[in-house]
Design a protein around this ligand. Structure first.
Ligand code: XUL
Length: 526
């Protein structure tokens, strides 16, 4: 009998499902539900409730529950053999929090298949809406918690990150300060990931170490709740948080709700979910410590698995726990393809092929030209006022500016990841711009590392499906090895490997110093 596993990804705008066949080593089904289109009654835009305060970004948790019903109905309609699924896992957009009252546990334990999940969950919330990762309304609470924890360095070394507006702890503190009665009535706080896992398991699910690390509440090394951080956040918080657990650990059989309604096997297992970034790292095949991936998306994200847990004293980067054990470092640069697109528009370059050709026409190191690419406010380094600066680079030189933008992005990535103290053997590149060999050559040369392209359409949901398989194998005492488990699922594109050019790499070693000095002078005055 086929061994099928289901991975779900509850992201900001959609819920996605990936079903894998472990023996055939392939994805057998994929599906996505777009929240705005499929569930217009929740009145979200891009999955978020419109609000006049641009800093406030909330979503209704019932939307995510409704999407869960809908995706199972859709999988059933598509003819997926739901009865053959052995375990379900998932991941959620990180940091978002769901506030449950004292009725939640009983409602979860008694989900009635004759009703929808939305009807079943009526009256279980202590707060109607959930602040999500796009919210930036908690600057004050971040400062308060950071101060109580002894500053940036100490906050980052204890919880894995400095306090960030979107992180759950500052969000909880704001809720406690602004709605103390509702906070007092909150019996349990879940993350998006643990809320969704709770629905599947029919009981309050643990928060996993990967997503728990995005709260400013978990001790990143000991992997337990950090009492100083809890105290700095809100009173009585320990009684409202579920236990922490490894990602993918079996919680129990799936709730009979899903068996009776959609035909899941009563023996199918519900497992602990994780955050979308840890799941995505898994789906991209970052298994062993020292593996790294760069996702060239709207923003550029650098993921790296670390054996030893290093934290960023400057407070720019994050450390989450990796679902495969060890730590996962993550740095997000806001000016990713956003900035590349700005350059393309500025110089009226017809398409990305032409952009790549222009980069290839210019020499590595760009004759010392540097461009600081902060078209939008940047998070790494922290730049509040957008500013684009050129050093020894003529604004009129189109080709040099095309090279300069990507060189700057890769130099910034190298500079701001030094705290990780790791030298990856190979980097997987993914996302739109990874299709361009000229850009990948710059990446390989600046980082002095082999680069391979990887194309996985739903890496987070795939990672979640692999996590479900791992959890099921652990529960069956099969002692699974991650490397064997992922083999065949996350292979890079054959023939896409690019090796660094030794001469170019030397040029970039020198240019890095100039880049760092340019950044310093732009940020702190000449
Ligand atoms: C990570 C973060 C985002 C969300 C997106 O810190 O805030 O990547 O996880 O879903």
């Amino acid at each position: 009998m086929a061994r099928l596993f289901l991975g779900l990804d509850s992201s900001t705008q959609s819920l996605s499902a990936v079903v894998i066949d472990l023996d055939m080593r392939k994805v057998v089904h994929e599906k996505s539900i777009n929240f705005d289109q499929a569930l217009p009654q929740f009145k979200t835009r891009h999955g978020v409730l419109p609000h006049r305060d641009p800093l406030l970004k909330h979503s209704p948790p019932l939307l995510w529950a409704a999407a869960l019903d809908l995706i199972f109905a859709q999988l059933k309609k598509d003819g997926v053999a739901l009865g053959k699924i052995l375990a379900v896992s998932g991941c959620g957009q990180q940091h978002g929090s769901v506030y449950l009252n004292e009725k939640a546990a009983a409602a979860l334990a008694n989900l009635d298949p004759k009703k929808s999940l939305v009807e079943n969950l009526d009256g279980i919330f202590a707060r109607k809406t959930s602040p999500i990762w796009m919210d930036s309304s908690t600057a004050k609470e971040c400062a308060e918690i950071r101060k109580k924890l002894g500053g940036i360095k100490y906050t980052a070394s204890r919880t894995g990150s400095d306090t960030f507006e979107r992180f759950t702890g500052p969000q909880i503190r704001k809720f406690y300060k602004t709605e103390p009665n509702a906070y007092a009535k909150t019996a349990g706080i879940a993350l998006v990931s643990s809320f969704m896992a709770s629905l599947l398991a029919g009981k309050i699910a643990p928060i996993d170490f990967g997503d728990g690390a995005g709260m400013n509440l978990m001790d990143i090394r000991r992997k337990n709740w950090n009492h100083d951080a809890l105290k700095a956040t809100a009173p009585g918080l320990i009684n409202k948080l579920p236990p922490l657990a490894e990602s993918g650990r079996v919680i129990g059989p799936v709730s009979p709700y899903f068996v009776n309604k959609f035909g899941l096997n009563p023996a199918a297992l519900a497992t602990v979910w994780t955050g979308d970034n840890p799941a995505s790292a898994l789906g991209l095949g970052l298994i062993k410590p020292g593996a790294a991936a760069i996702s060239l998306g709207t923003s550029d994200t650098f993921f790296a698995t670390m054996d030893k847990c290093q934290t960023d004293e400057s407070g720019e980067g994050h450390v989450f726990a990796s679902p495969t054990g060890g730590s996962l470092a993550l740095i997000c640069f806001k000016n990713g393809s956003l900035a590349r697109e700005k350059i393309r528009a500025l110089y009226k370059i017809s398409d990305w092929k032409k952009f790549g050709e222009l980069v290839a026409q210019t020499p590595p190191g760009n004759n010392g030209g540097i461009l600081l690419p902060w078209f939008e406010p940047e998070i790494v380094p922290r730049v509040h006022q957008p500013s684009v600066r050129r050093f020894d680079l003529e604004e009129k030189n189109v080709a040099a500016n095309c090279r300069a933008i990507f060189e700057a992005q890769m130099l910034a990535l190298r500079l701001h990841s030094q705290w990780m103290q790791m030298a990856p053997e190979k980097i997987f590149a993914t996302g739109g711009a990874a299709n361009d060999p000229a850009l990948l050559q710059v990446m390989a040369d600046v980082l002095n590392c082999r680069v391979q392209r990887i194309e996985i359409s739903k890496s987070a949901a795939l990672g979640a499906a692999l996590q479900a398989a791992h959890g099921w194998l652990v529960a069956a005492d099969k002692n699974p090895q991650w490397e064997k488990l992922v083999a065949g699922f996350c292979d890079p594109v054959p023939g896409s490997e690019i090796r660094p050019d030794k001469k170019a790499a030397k040029i970039y070693d020198k240019l890095l110093e100039k880049y760092a000095a340019s950044e310093y002078s732009a940020l702190h005055g000449d």
